[in-house]
Design a protein around this ligand. Sequence first.
Ligand SMILES: Cc1cc2nc3c(=O)[nH]c(=O)nc-3n(C[C@H](O)[C@H](O)[C@H](O)COP(=O)(O)O)c2cc1C
Length: 355
Amino acid sequence: MSSKLFSPLQIKSITFKNRIVISPMCQYSATDGFANDWHLVHLGSRASGGAGLIIQEATSVSPEGRISPGDLGLWKDEQMDKMKIINQFILSQNAVPGIQLAHAGRKASSASPWEGGRKIDVALGGWETVAPTAVGYHENEEVPIALDKSGIQKVVSDFASATKRAVQAGFQVIEIHAAHGYLLHQFLSPLSNFRTDEYGGSFENRIRLTLEVVEAVKSEWKKELPLFIRISATDWAEGGWNIEESVQLSKILKEKGVDLIDVSSGGAVSFQQIQLAPNYQVPFAEQIKREVVIRTGAVGLITEATQAEEIIASGKADLVLFARESLRNPNLGLTFASALHADVSWPKQYERAKK
Ligand SMILES: Cc1cc2nc3c(=O)[nH]c(=O)nc-3n(C[C@H](O)[C@H](O)[C@H](O)COP(=O)(O)O)c2cc1C
């Protein structure tokens, strides 16, 4: 039987050669938001390694939206230059270049993981962060500034401007980052959004900023190119954002023309309780796909070819995203094809290694 993981998927004008996606992964290696040779090699080697879609890391729409000083950014035109080169290489490998657009909100101004990951105080070279409400992620850290209306409008227009640059830089998929406790998720979750205006309180108010960002991105994105959004299906915490709200939001996003929900979870609060296990987020992708009738992406502790094949073959999701396994194995697309007896073409430079 032929592999479903290696069957093509068409969304709008783009055909993905298989269902294997390199999940966005911060590299904490940019300077002033600019990509460099590390990003070319990191993303490029995973494209030559056979994945169908390569999603560039959380790329900030503004300097203050960066998680760390080393995040990629698209807030100025010059930042497109290296990304254009990277994208041309990805396309030359018959893979699709995608980008995740992000704003970290109260989780911005943090050190890279290998420097401890903690918030960097303004006095130590960090910057003031913004959030729905002036409450930090951790106690004892500098509290963020609650966004006022004009601050919210700036966030929305920053997403639009970054989208315009993403088009010019040659990206063919945009994924809006509304997960993992970053700014949009901070608005979605009642555990980080205590506003009393039209952006807080009810479900309709908490989703407002996410919907405004979707509209802003759509206003600059090409109609024939796919638009994804990553959400955290649940906060894994009492009183938090949950799968029922995720289903409800996904229905609205579908009406707004979003093509795929990339279903992750967690990240909103430090007291979350996650039971980690292989496929632990797949049931959320399956539920959203079934109840909303929209394409979904499954991610999280998916490491084996047969495991990914089962997710696609059983219709639980349309794409499978790999993060850490793709760091261990950049040639994941090629080696999984061999494991599943799917005949895929290898880069001609590597053909002598094809079994
Ligand atoms: C080094 C690293 C960086 C990451 N950066 C991002 C990111 O930029 N955006 C995002 O949505 N998720 C990010 N993640 C989460 C992954 O995309 C993925 O959702 C998570 O690691 C679970 O998948 P896995 O079990 O295959 O690693 C990152 C994960 C890792 C390991």
